[in-house]
Design a protein around this ligand. Sequence first.
Ligand SMILES: Nc1ncnc2c1ncn2[C@@H]1O[C@H](COP(=O)(O)OP(=O)(O)OP(=O)(O)O)[C@@H](O)[C@H]1O
Ligand SMILES: [Mg+2]
Length: 281
Amino acid sequence: MSSATQNLNDSLTGAAGAAEVAGATDSVMLKLLNVESAYGPIKAIRGVSLQVRKGEIATVLGSNGAGKTTILKTISGIIDPRKGSIEFKGKSITAQDPAIIVQSGLMHVPEGREVFPLLSIRDNLLMGAFTRKDRDGVARDMEAVFNYFPILRERTAQDAGLLSGGQQQMLAISRALMANPDLILLDEPSLGLSPKLTKEIFEIVVRINRERGTTILLVEQNANMALNASDYGYVLENGRIVMEDICARLREKEDIKEFYLGLKEEGVRADRRWKKKKTWR
Ligand SMILES: Nc1ncnc2c1ncn2[C@@H]1O[C@H](COP(=O)(O)OP(=O)(O)OP(=O)(O)O)[C@@H](O)[C@H]1O
Ligand SMILES: [Mg+2]
């Protein structure tokens, strides 16, 4: 690269951006390359490539049926990909046994929470820690979880099935934390929750990331919340990544504002707006 080009790149990315690029390979925690997954004849994701860097919150935005859940299920080994590769902390986990993936430090909080309704809150939490031998560490993490979500401490002996949807989401996130993972996959935490509760849960997800250094890959339809909470974002449509950037820049893109954030330009007639082609098509 010529020094002029280098200078231009530096001024475009800024010092932090250049450093990020230089250190890019060893800071990558999760890497998908050309991943394709299908349900019988239905291809749900096609050629998905993405990276999650250590310590960041990354997000995949997409509407119903875009393939968000399929991406997470493929990473955690619930679905085997037809093509492509997945690396976690520098090692291949492509089509690996889900239990081994969990043990390597990757926890999946599934869509719809899936807590054990007939087990107590405490036992649900302990299920998250079942592979751990360090009793002191488990006790410390239980305390940490109760500090993030005090309602779980108050109701620790109660059956999880009696919790509200939002409280079950808190429990599902907490159960993942009990494994003390390096990476959490979070599938639509906002599903079915009020805007207020969604905001509260996102604030705690950000605190978990900042305070514990847990890396997070979040998939969401709620673009507004996800873009505010995350560092880096991908846009998924019909199983393909159509756009990616740091979230601060994604939030400013007209297409994102119009199609994902519901912000419309003043004075443009509705039919014209909807006929307008997205720039990534
Ligand atoms: N078990 C399944 N069998 C057949 N097709 C499926 C199955 N699960 C998902 N699909 C299809 O795969 C595509 C991607 O689905 P996926 O659940 O990954 O989307 P999503 O982005 O998570 O959507 P949502 O926001 O509604 O949760 C959709 O077309 C869906 O109908
Ligand atoms: Mg889904």
